[in-house]
Design a protein around this ligand. Structure first.
Ligand code: GCV
Length: 662
């Protein structure tokens, strides 16, 4: 795409295909996309592509891409890959599978054409691999164009309408997403303001334009809707999900949506959450609300993604009995088994809100009769806002591999997410897509983990580096440098911000930079309870809020006691004294001091490594990251000094190493 960074699909990545002879068999819209990709590569690099067996040269084909079923633009995402007798063959029964097979070959590069491979079968673990955009159609006075967006304006919307002339960019986005395995996109904010609400009705044509740009890459479009739509848009006196007129209104609205977008994915709903309307107003349950929408989507094969982010955001900070972490479990587990098959309960991966470290939400694993989707946050609201390098692959991988039942036994979160994996997108209209060019690694990693949740995230990182920076065999310095900068960056971020699971020491509102007590006396339920003696939230069953008891027995026991609770979550589960000795052997206060000093040192080192890579990549990309490192370092020092000073003043305990604290 002109003007947009090629990210992990630079032209060079297609050289191995573009220099060879390819045969494509089958027909249909996604096969056309596959053909277009290969043909373009051949024009660039001198190879050839033929369709349906028409030979363009007497040479044998190096690559055969064969559709064995029908390409109806849907289903059939699996593909097989094999190599023998000097030929590489990809087969798939659906067009999407063929497209994913093509990108598999791109990822392998020359090795796809060397040696022999037995027949490999590839299929996604999760049927829905989705990005939610928190994009506003019109610029919101507080949240701007993209809520929690750190990559410029919206990719889809500008000045209150769909970006007509830029839909080529949306197509390029779809291409990048397909190349990492993503197959669904929700195109507007879950906080639905008036302009966004109307996308469902009189503005559905604009959504259809976006869907048209994403469709060639096998991506289905979803829409966030307001639960109050029958009132706001339909003029009804109620949005009660059990009211016949309300159901009728949704049925008609949905029929019009499908008339405009036949492969529409469905609705995303944030209800009774942070001020959004929902079924509670009518004394109805969230299953009533979700099922009403599921029923109107069902005839078309659509799904409602119903978010479980329901908690009291107007709580009194003096009230020590209400624990926000408990809320989703308390609200939803009584409804297990009541949700329709095409109603997916979308659960944030942690019980609070995308902090740098949280335990896995106890809701995941506690609703066996409900299809759950697990939501992570690629947009770095609480992890440096794409001004800091923070590669989230290891965090997401830990979440997806976590087994909620009885430690090592039972299914992992990745397996339990039968309704799909969802990330809040980190993309905007920035030429690098993600503001910080290295934040592209988060998007790529999410897609690949959604395809295979137990994949090794470091292997995915290597893959991303290999595609994006195309280091040659002699460029080990470039590859190693990039790995050094990214690999430990999440833990580094945790060190200089809010370690030990304490979270929430950010500035209120925009959530960037430190403010230790910023949320301490607020209504949001986000407290650390630091006093002169200690810090942390007692969530034990014995003496605290009882949250630890929401886990299955084995984990409930681990989290219940400060002696067995993992260090990195200690302050999430327990209020302990500053002198409490961690399992690492350090006291809590010394850990605080040490990690904050270490975190800043690690940023300094990473910045040096980055500087040493100048000349080994596109100068614009290098300069953008170098500039962001200056801000990251400034911010990390600010975090270190505010946090350390705060705790020195509270506790009166000096740093064992006598370092400067203010
Ligand atoms: C879209 C957090 C964010 C909000 C976001 C909300 C959500 O509270 O700060 O901006 O709203 O999560 O996930 O709905």
């Amino acid at each position: 795409m002109q003007g947009a960074d090629p990210a992990w699909l630079p032209d060079e990545a297609f050289r191995p295909i573009g220099t060879r002879h390819t045969l494509i068999r089958g027909s249909g819209p996604l096969v056309d996309t596959v053909h277009g990709e290969v043909a373009e590569a051949c024009v660039r690099f001198g190879g050839s592509v033929s369709r349906d067996g028409t030979l363009v040269s007497c040479e044998p084909y190096d690559l055969v891409l064969e559709l064995t079923g029908t390409d109806d633009g849907d289903c059939g995402e699996a593909f097989t890959f094999e190599r023998g007798d000097g030929r590489t063959t990809v087969t798939a029964s659906g067009g999407s599978g063929l497209l994913y097979g093509l990108f598999h070959v791109v990822r392998l590069g020359d090795t796809a054409f060397q040696g022999s491979y037995g027949r490999e079968e590839h299929r996604p673990e999760s049927a829905v691999r989705m990005l939610d955009h928190w994009d506003n159609v019109a610029v919101h006075p507080v949240m701007g164009q993209v809520e929690r967006g750190y990559a410029g304006g919206s990719l889809f919307w500008e000045d209150g309408r769909a970006r007509g002339e830029l839909l080529g960019r949306v197509r390029a986005y779809g291409r990048l997403l397909a190349a990492c395995g993503i197959n669904a996109v929700a195109v507007n904010n879950v906080n639905v303001h008036e302009a966004e609400a109307r996308l469902l009705t009189d503005r559905i044509r604009e959504v259809a334009e976006i869907a048209g740009a994403l469709r060639p890459y096998g991506i289905r479009t979803h829409l966030s809707v307001t639960f109050a739509a029958p009132m706001v848009l339909g003029g009804l006196p109620t949005a009660d999900p059990l009211d016949e007129a309300v159901r009728g209104w949704w049925a008609e609205a949905s029929a019009r949506v499908y008339a405009a977008i036949p492969d529409f994915g469905g609705y995303v709903v944030k209800a009774d959450s942070e001020g959004q309307p929902g079924p509670f107003a009518y004394g109805r349950s969230h299953a009533d609300g979700a099922n009403m929408l599921a029923a109107v989507l069902e005839p078309y094969g659509g799904t409602v993604h119903w978010r479980a982010f329901v908690y009291d955001h107007r709580q009194d900070w003096r009230d020590r009995t209400t624990d926000r972490a408990r809320a989703a479990y308390d609200h939803f587990t009584p409804l297990d088994g009541e949700f329709a098959d095409n109603a997916v309960l979308q659960v944030k991966h942690g019980p609070m809100d995308f902090q740098v470290r949280e335990p896995v939400s106890p809701l995941i694993g506690a609703m066996p009769g409900t299809r759950l989707a697990v939501e992570v946050q690629a947009t770095q609201e609480y992890t440096g806002q794409q001004r800091h390098v923070c590669w989230l692959g290891p965090m997401w991988s830990e979440v997806l591999r976590f087994r909620p039942h009885d430690g090592a036994d039972g299914a992992s979160v990745g397996e339990l997410a039968r309704g799909g994996l969802v990330a809040v997108s980190n993309v905007g209209d920035d030429p690098f897509w993600t503001g910080h060019p290295l934040a592209q690694a988060n998007l790529y990693t999410f897609g690949r983990l959604a395809w295979q949740p137990d994949a090794d995230p470091r292997r995915i990182l290597d893959e991303w580096i290999g595609l994006t920076f195309a280091p040659g065999p002699d460029d080990t310095r470039l590859h190693a440098g990039l790995r050094t900068v990214l690999d430990g960056s999440w833990r580094t971020y945790e060190k200089y911000t809010a370690p030990l699971g304490v979270g929430w020491m950010v500035q209120p509102g925009h959530h960037y930079g430190p403010s230790v007590d910023g949320y301490e006396y607020s209504p949001w339920g986000t407290y650390h309870f630091a006093d002169r003696d200690g810090i942390g939230v007692d969530r034990s069953v014995a003496t605290g809020t009882g949250y630890a008891g929401q886990y299955a027995k084995a984990w409930a026991e681990v989290y219940e006691s400060p002696e067995t609770c993992p260090d990195e979550l200690l302050l999430f589960f327990h209020h302990v004294s500053y002198g409490h000795t961690l399992r690492s052997g350090k006291t809590v206060i010394q850990h605080m001091y040490d990690t904050h000093f270490e975190g800043v040192e690690e940023v300094e080192e990473a910045r040096e490594v980055w500087a040493s890579l100048a000349g080994l990549m596109d100068p614009a990309r290098h300069a953008r990251v170098a500039e962001r490192f200056e801000e990251q370092l400034r911010s990390a020092r600010e975090w270190r000094d505010q946090i350390n000073s705060y705790f020195l003043r509270k506790s009166g305990v000096p740093d064992a190493h006598g370092r400067r604290i203010y």
